[in-house]
Ligand binder design. Structure first.
Ligand code: FPP
Length: 255
């Protein structure tokens, strides 16, 4: 039996976030330029988007380009930008046929006019879709995002529209770029690296983590379904003690 059949449809994670890692190593091991790994990575993106939609995942967030990635060799950055633009055009039928809405989080202003235009067009064309949100983290950095939220809160306090006493986790969460969706239930990272790399630091406080040894271009539907099954086997306690009846009890010191 495949992993799709083993997925409990009643307990599908609402939000899955993925750190797609290993494109460069995948290419290097084949004696290919790193950019070829990213091209192969697009195929995996396509497979996983379809698999997530099929499983009933409501939000899928992909770490497509980190703020730190700008420091990569010029040719690689430029290849990634070209790939992004061609993907936004080429994958439009996939988004429309599957009722997928595209969203972007990150420092969009960092992109060239051509990339910005392609992003805006894709956002507009898919704005009415409701079955799944595909969230691309682009030029994204969690520390940048949290700093932005702090700045916004400070400005509101300075303007007298926010009482500092009312600054709480909900208030901070509302100032993040992810305010439109719930926190990830499951975070997947490929390529065997056991790091978070400045991705959704605030939002993953209680996410379940799943690390796959496979390089991103080799990650497929079956591996994605396996991650969902492993997630469903976990007991999520959110820092509480669960009683025998399954009701939540008091908070422990360890969250
Ligand atoms: C990490 O692999 C991957 C990236 C930096 C980019 C991810 C991009 C794609 C999967 C391309 C398609 C997506 C879009 C939206 C265009 P790495 O290069 O860090 O691999 P390494 O750790 O082996 O060097």
């Amino acid at each position: 039996m495949g992993f799709l059949q083993a997925v409990d449809k009643e307990k599908v994670p609402c939000h899955v976030a993925i750190i797609m890692d290993g494109n460069g190593r995948w290419a290097q091991e084949r004696g290919l330029p790193r950019a070829r790994g990213h091209v192969a990575g697009v195929e995996a993106v396509r497979k996983v988007v379809k698999a997530a939609r099929r499983a009933g995942v409501r939000y899928l967030t992909l770490y497509a380009f980190s703020a730190e990635n700008w420091a990569r060799p010029k040719e690689e950055v430029s290849a990634l930008m070209d790939l992004l633009v061609s993907c936004l055009h080429g994958e439009m039928p996939l988004f429309l046929e599957n009722d997928i809405r595209l969203r972007v989080i990150g420092q969009e202003e960092a992109f060239s006019p051509e990339v910005k235009a392609a992003l805006q067009e894709a956002l507009d064309k898919t704005a009415a879709n409701r079955s799944m949100d595909l969230v691309l983290a682009l030029s994204y950095s969690a520390r940048w995002e949290i700093s932005q939220a702090a700045r916004r809160i400070a400005q509101e306090v300075k303007a007298g529209t926010l009482d500092p006493e009312r600054i709480d986790p909900d208030c901070v969460a509302r100032c993040l770029s992810t305010a439109f969706m719930p926190d990830p239930d499951l975070l997947i990272r490929t390529s065997g690296e056991l790091r978070i790399s400045n991705f959704l630091l605030w939002q993953i406080a209680y996410s379940e983590l799943f690390f796959s040894p496979v390089y991103w271009p080799d990650f497929d539907e079956e591996m994605f379904y396996e991650a969902l099954v492993r997630y469903q086997q976990r007991e999520r306690r959110f820092g509480k003690v669960l009683s025998a009846t399954g009701e939540s009890g008091k908070r422990t010191g360890l969250q």
